[in-house]
Write a protein that binds this ligand. Structure first.
Ligand code: CA
Length: 521
């Protein structure tokens, strides 16, 4: 960075920052962790989207760093959130599947920040059933929360709202910042429900893309040949598994009269045309794809608009210079690749998650990294940003050296993944696996199948080379690496690692009956 720019950034930090303790130290940065639900890199401009633009998210990338190889450890909502809070893999933080209440008694990122003098807040989607711990302020959706007119729990009390949830969550994030204690730095987790199923667009975006045709992925009509049986067992196809509700052939049930009128004005004529056309076969799949993907992108558009409001607020208040802005999602997503919606798989589209970090004065604007990172790293990274030593018990690594442009020579060269939720929605078999910069080995251990992919030659993962003699050496290396990672991350034997007996015990215990609302009373 040129000296003049660096000096300007330092001046901004010194003039705008809030600090505690030693005045000779630079102030600790504020941190805004922006988290969406199911937003994949294929629908983000900075990652080269073919379908939509995201000017405000792109601004975080052009003013900061884009991580091109950030992966999750367990691609589903609640487990991913637990990993972010704890810096631990699912088998150690206890949240292997959606459903059971998160154990909020354990060491978490917000607790450590709060103890060190940060104001901590979470607004928006929480999704962990137990009451949030470690936050000075929380204002969260109940469970998944609706797209319109949410009831939310603010510091233990329920409040009903009328409006679009993405806008409301942003109003609350700005309100928290405007009322914060300006003598201390803050860490705000600003977490959207969008663009989670079933993708209900906001009132301003109901007609967006109406006259456009979105490009289809090459694998929309995938027949799953060339792979094992796992991909044929799922129930997440655009062709068969989307409901009338998902496809907006029936309107949402919780709209106000005015909202419903606007909704029907947008979808009514399009639905009439669809009913008249009597589509079948591949034509029907293609129509469903267009309807689905446009609604998803409309939800992303609202997220992007609202992130713009946050960035503008930081500018207006003179906070941008000393506020780290992090953007990520709880995992990736399928926008028709392999014929799917949803996530869960260790295949690329859902394994990869966006990660953008703007940190003025530290991160080179417009930079990128292809180091292998995981959501496991988020808690240690944020602690490091705040000048705190991450606890040795956390399994992630701080990304701060990478953000400073100095990737460690001994950075990890493979990542571990484990998906547990079966039986469960969309019937994806349990699997674990290892991915390095070129190969991916997946073990569907309950059905006794392995898959090996050469991502350089087969980026869409269409040809399982597990049985190909040309890859026998690679297979041995990848199996050894999987065993090494199992030991390194202290995985129990597969036979003992079943989340469902635990869920049953949980369901009987008084602890798990304490839902979020009950905890608040
Ligand atoms: Ca999710």
């Amino acid at each position: 960075m040129p000296i003049i720019e660096l000096t300007a950034s330092l001046m901004m930090i010194l003039s705008q920052g809030s600090s505690i303790g030693d005045d000779s130290q630079p102030p600790r940065p504020n941190i805004i962790f922006i988290f969406t639900d199911d937003h994949c890199t294929q629908a983000l401009g900075a990652y080269g989207s073919r379908m939509n633009t995201t000017p405000n998210l792109d601004r975080i990338a052009t003013e900061g760093m884009r991580f091109d190889n950030c992966f999750v450890t367990n691609g589903i909502c609640a487990p991913s959130r637990a990993v972010v809070l704890t810096g631990l893999h699912s088998h150690l933080n206890g949240q292997r599947v959606n459903g059971p209440a998160f154990d909020g008694a354990q060491v978490t990122l917000p607790k450590l920040l709060r103890e060190s003098g940060y104001q901590t807040a979470i607004v928006g989607k929480w999704h962990l059933r137990s009451a949030p711990t470690g936050f000075d302020h929380h204002d969260v959706l109940i469970g998944q929360g609706p797209y319109y007119n949410p009831t939310m729990i603010r510091n233990g009390t329920r409040h009903a709202h009328v409006g679009y949830t993405t806008d409301i969550i942003t109003d609350k994030a700005i309100k928290f910042m405007s009322r914060r204690d300006t003598d201390r730095p803050f860490m705000l987790m600003y977490q959207h429900k969008a663009p989670h199923r079933n993708w209900q667009p906001g009132p301003d975006h109901l007609d967006m893309y109406a006259d456009e045709t979105m490009p289809e992925p090459d694998t929309l009509l995938d027949d799953y040949s060339g792979r094992g049986s796992a991909s044929t067992r799922q129930t997440m196809t655009i062709a068969r598994d989307l409901s009338r509700h998902d496809l907006k052939l029936d309107p949402p049930r919780n709209l106000t009269e005015e909202q419903l009128e606007r909704w029907n004005a947008a979808y009514g004529p399009r639905n009439e045309l669809f009913e008249q056309r009597q589509l079948e076969g591949e034509d029907l799949v293609r129509w469903k794809y267009q309807r689905y993907v446009k609604d998803y992108l409309r939800c992303v558009a609202s997220v992007d608009d609202n992130i713009g409001r946050i960035l503008d607020y930081l500018d207006q208040e003179g906070l941008s210079g000393n506020t780290v802005v992090i953007y990520s999602s709880d995992q990736g997503w399928y926008l028709g690749e392999h014929g799917w919606y949803d996530k869960r798989w260790m295949y690329e589209e859902s394994l990869r998650t966006p990660l953008l970090v703007r940190w003025p004065g530290v991160v080179d604007p417009g930079s990128s990294s292809d180091d292998l990172c995981q959501n496991l790293d988020f808690a240690p990274t944020i602690l490091d940003m705040a000048g705190l030593e991450p606890p040795a018990s956390m399994q992630g690594e701080s990304l701060v050296p990478i953000l400073e442009g100095d990737s460690p020579d001994d950075w990890r060269d493979s990542i571990y993944y484990h998906y547990y939720e079966n039986p469960g929605a969309h019937t994806v078999p349990r699997h674990e696996g290892v991915r390095n910069s070129r190969y991916k080995l997946i073990h569907f251990y309950r059905i006794g199948e392995w898959e090996l992919y050469d991502l350089d030659r087969d980026p869409d993962e269409m040809r399982n080379v597990h049985g190909d003699p040309a890859y026998s050496d690679v297979l041995v290396e990848m199996k050894l690496e999987l065993q090494r990672l199992r030991q390194f991350y202290r995985l129990p034997p597969l036979a003992d690692d079943d989340p469902f007996p635990q869920l049953d015990e949980e369901a009987k215990s008084p602890r798990s009956r304490q839902t979020l609302e009950q905890d608040q009373r």
